[in-house]
Design a protein around this ligand. Sequence first.
Ligand code: DUC
Ligand code: ZN
Ligand code: ZN
Length: 474
Amino acid sequence: MATTLITGGTVISSTGRAQADVLIDGEQVAALLAPGTTAFGVDNLQAAVDKVIDATGKYVIPGGIDPHTHMQMPFGGTEACDTFETGTRAAAWGGTTTIIDFAIQRYGEKVMDGLAQWHEWADGNCAIDYGFHQIIGGIDDDSLAVMKELPDEGVTSFKLFMAYPGVFYSDDAQILKAMQVGAETGMMTMMHAENGPVIDVLAQQLADEGKLAPYYHGIARVWQMEEEATHRAIMLADVTKAPLYVVHVSAKQAVAQIAAARSRGQNVFGETCPQYLYLSLEEQLGAPGFEGAKWVCSTPLRARAEDHQNQLWRGLRTNELSLVSTDHCPFCFKGQKEMGKDDFRAIPNGIGSVEHRVDLLYQGVVEGRITLERWVELVSTTAARMFGLYGKKGVIAPGADADIVVYDPNGHTSIGLEKTHHMNMDHSAWEGFEIDGHVDTVLSRGAVLIENDQYVGAKGHGQFLKRGLSSYLM
Ligand code: DUC
Ligand code: ZN
Ligand code: ZN
């Protein structure tokens, strides 16, 4: 078994920072050592190990965990253009060493068939480790019964949609029943909280008025219907005593609903995404011509003038919001986004960011919005705790998987299609973003994936992760 020593860096965890060398034995972390320690009876550890990684002046952090991705998802009349192979490789480039993707069941389909399909797509193709949540897009007696078997499969969370009528939508009665299964089993209910039926009427009315540009996607998906659905989901969770995780929160009013539920003692958690922290209705969705299609996603980008972004950052700092995922769901501009050239309702919803999340969140440290420790918590540790991976993932400690990123705070990353882009897309939603900081070296279970700006990982290295129940539940 190969041994590696990461020397001279500052190890950052969710609870603190320390100068320490990290000794890796095979796939796991063996020890954190005070610099210069002679350990295990060996005077010169550096000479004794197979590989030394010099992290002097750099941060050593647990590998990023992105708990919300949609690799090759069939959606919007097409499919997301990153496969498990290309998407997980791009994730590795950006310092993410674990993803949790969404298997899908729809009306008339068997839950376990959906899960088996996603296993088939991912197995042998991933650069990094991966788990699954299960989308239940068709709640009936059969799916409600079978859902109870998901934890045995290592799938301990399911996602419901209050949006997308006729696609994934569940009504309140269905949600109530599914949440009762969540309460009974301890599985986390994940919720896309937007009132889909109302949004669809508003979208139709805009279309009838000839308002068909991408910008109107954001106008139809009013924040009131995110706040309303978030409140309704929280109330249904309260009635059923189910733990609730609200995905891709973009409206400050939804943050307030989550904060109120948390202060009442409910097990309610909120996630946001980089696009809601940095991009806006006015600048991106409102870009000239059809350009705005690149940023059509749901929930939508919100108006900068309404101050959602500062409130999301505040929520991340104060733990009203628990973590940051990407909702990575990329579509090419040519041929895919273009499907909605004449009508925003036909633009496939989704943005690709899996490669940039760790870097983008680090800008919160640079700008003084969050601490280094909170950065690590938001991009790695909380996701591990939330979704039953903690100990193995989300921490650099003896016995944990050696999923480690050496991050250079003095490095620089220019995001752009011609520069640092490894996602399988023909554009970047983050074109022109300049990042203070750089992902230098990435290890997954002791294997180096990224080094010297080269990908040296392998398709099929990534393994399926059977997850336990959330660490946050009482
Ligand atoms: N929102 C998106 O933008 N894409 C995938 C699904 C979703 O809810
Ligand atoms: Zn969603
Ligand atoms: Zn999603």
